[in-house]
Design a protein around this ligand. Sequence first.
Ligand SMILES: [Zn+2]
Length: 412
Amino acid sequence: MPKIYLLDVTNRDGVQTAKLGLSKLEKTLINIYLNEMGVFQSEFGFPTTRHETLYLQANLDLAEMGVLHPIRLEGWLRAIASDVETAFKLVPNLRHLNLSISTSDQMINGKFQGRKKRDDIINDMVEAVDAARSLGAKTIGVNAEDASRTDLDFLIKFGLAAKEHGADRLRYCDTLGYDNPFTIYEANRALAENIGIAIEQHCHGDLGMAVANSIAGAKGAIDGGQDAYINTTVNGIGERAGNADLVAVILALTKSKRFAEKYQLAGSIDLSKAWKIAKFASYAFGVPIPINQPGVGANAFAHESGIHADGVLKDPENYELYGFEELGRGEPEFVETGREIIAGQYSGISGFSHVMGQIEVSFANREEANEVLELVRYANVESHKPLVEDELLFIAKYPKIAKKLLTLAPLE
Ligand SMILES: [Zn+2]
């Protein structure tokens, strides 16, 4: 039986969102949390973008060290052979790619203004796939941008050409959030049946259906006999109205009426990491979690009205579909209400040693402490806010990797 894989795109779609971004250290922490949670793949960045190079290399180093394992790290780029060459030049040990190109007539005509026709789109894509294969890609996903407004017969032709050239997955991008669960089910089923390749569901929330469309599309791919790869982002952060929220997708897949009887996640997901990753992404992006967010919102387990409170006290299952403990909630949080010493870009060794002592990190000597402090200063210069405990611990544990992440000098 084909399965559902989670492919998180927070570090690509999430960070390319207007007005929002993450530091390279924050992106790294997101990868670490996704890995701890059991997410299959992280679309971890842009291999042709110069300021990403050292971050991508450092994260691949972490994968080699077993820190980012078993998660698969995959880079996003345009389906253009020269971009693939640039990507491998900048990040030689890149092994997993998604290559993106617009497939709808609206975008082919609207973006290329007559310079490209449908056949040119397929030619560009297969050239990029060939280049990726010859340069050492292990897995390749081919993204059909605006797939939901693309003629289905053309999309099948596009997918078949991709498969013939060795692509492993076709990403069905509902770029504008135009689909509904019924249309995306039909499209994904037809693609799976006619192409015979795993289908990715990339859904946006412009009509409020990103999560519903994701699971309907996954059902279509599986009913068509192929694996499904649902694209998610932490807290649903993404272009415009956002992407399918990671935690909500997991809840929908595992808790909704009868869905998991037939359609199952590959591997095991540790939902108890949900609270931690949602809180961190909220802090790092500077975007509060909505009070009514599934699972992790402040009201997700709050009851006030008489009948509900009475009911939930007698038996939580009266008014709750799942328990807060399952999402890693319930532990009291420590908030400093008195004097605070913070490690930042202008910190000195005394304050820094105090902060690190509080999280039980000690240094062999003053030299080592100074080295880590210097990295913490740079991390703070990039993020403009106090580092969280896990960031400080990461820098203290992997100073060489941290140095690579924090090196942002433009490359030759
Ligand atoms: Zn998107």
